[in-house]
Design a protein around this ligand. Structure first.
Ligand SMILES: O=C(O)C(=O)C[C@]1(C(=O)O)C=C[C@@H](O)C=C1
Length: 296
């Protein structure tokens, strides 16, 4: 059985930018003036992450992170290439794991990792974390409870199946059939999509790290998942093929979860993201995983 290839953490180039606690505090003070002057203040009922008390109108979780000297990051660790827990070392690896490390480096703080699951993501985030990362899709249900950063990538639900069966699973109608077994992890947007679009289908849930082996072995027929994952798996498994990857069934974006109502925190993370996406850092982090072989 082919095993997904997991390169080590990318060595990042040092890119000059405002960083370090002094710089970040200065930025925070500036942003407080700018953001609070220009935007509605954080709602008094806004839910704060990191197990913090709700922020007052001029407070931000950003200041608490800086004071604490640590950023608490929720991630599932079961979704390569975005987040994976190495059981041997106990370390998280992946694109969004490296991104979170870069954010923490910018803030000059440590990271406290909190492993969660797709089922518990929202609850764990609201109770324990400052930010949640790891291939997380934006949807409106989640947006009722959290803010999202600016998006990192576009995506869309796309089927993947055994290469010889591609023609059997090209449409939602073909997959929405009692004779077709769709597999997915529980709790994420794949399950939401399947329940909504395949009410007649045979839906089964499975641990995400070994889910694609189930299709190879014939325990399931198809998985409708993120196009980015489909292209990655198509590349990693000889037996599995993406189905119409250029015509996903829907459209959404991937981003990081942030505390609802905290415009200062969101502004900081969005500014960091803008730099990271444009100064070569993001490309360097993604290159060992997607590289030239996976055409996102
Ligand atoms: O819920 C999300 O945001 C996800 O992208 C997670 C999700 C899913 O939708 O189930 C997506 C792909 C992985 O295979 C595992 C989980």
């Amino acid at each position: 059985m082919p095993q997904p290839h997991h390169p080590g953490t990318a060595e990042k180039a040092k890119v000059p930018r405002v960083s370090g606690r002094g710089g970040a505090l200065w930025t925070t003070a500036g942003l407080l003036t700018l953001v609070l002057g220009a935007c509605s203040p954080a709602g008094s009922d806004a839910q704060q992450a990191g197990g913090q008390e709700p922020a007052g109108e001029s407070e931000s979780l950003l200041d608490e992170v800086l004071d604490r000297g640590s950023l608490t990051v929720c991630t599932t660790g079961d979704y390569p290439p975005f987040t994976e827990l190495d059981e041997d070392t106990g370390e998280f690896t992946g694109i969004d794991v490296d991104m979170a490390r870069d954010l923490a480096e910018n803030l000059a703080v440590e990271i406290d990792w909190v492993q969660t699951s797709w089922d518990d993501l929202m609850e764990d985030y609201l109770a324990d974390c400052d930010i949640a990362v790891g291939g997380i899709s934006i949807n409106t249900a989640r947006s009722e409870q959290v803010f999202f950063s600016e998006p990192l990538m576009e995506d869309g639900k796309t089927p993947i199946t055994r290469c010889e069966d591609v023609d059997d699973y090209r449409t939602i109608e073909q997959i929405n059939d009692p004779d077709v077994t769709s597999i997915m992890p529980s709790g994420g947007t794949n399950e939401v999509f399947a329940q909504e679009h395949y009410p007649e289908g045979n839906l089964i849930t499975h641990d995400n790290l070994t889910i694609f082996d189930q299709i190879v072995e014939g325990e399931a027929d198809v998985m409708t998942t993120d196009r980015s994952e489909v292209l990655w798996i198509d590349h990693e498994y000889d037996e599995l093929c993406a189905v119409n990857p250029d015509e996903p069934f829907d459209y959404f974006e991937k981003a990081y979860m942030l505390p609802r109502g905290d415009m200062v925190m969101k502004h900081y993370v969005d500014q960091w993201l803008t730099m990271t996406l444009n100064d070569g850092t993001y490309e360097e982090i993604t290159e060992p995983w997607f590289g030239d072989d996976v055409d996102l």
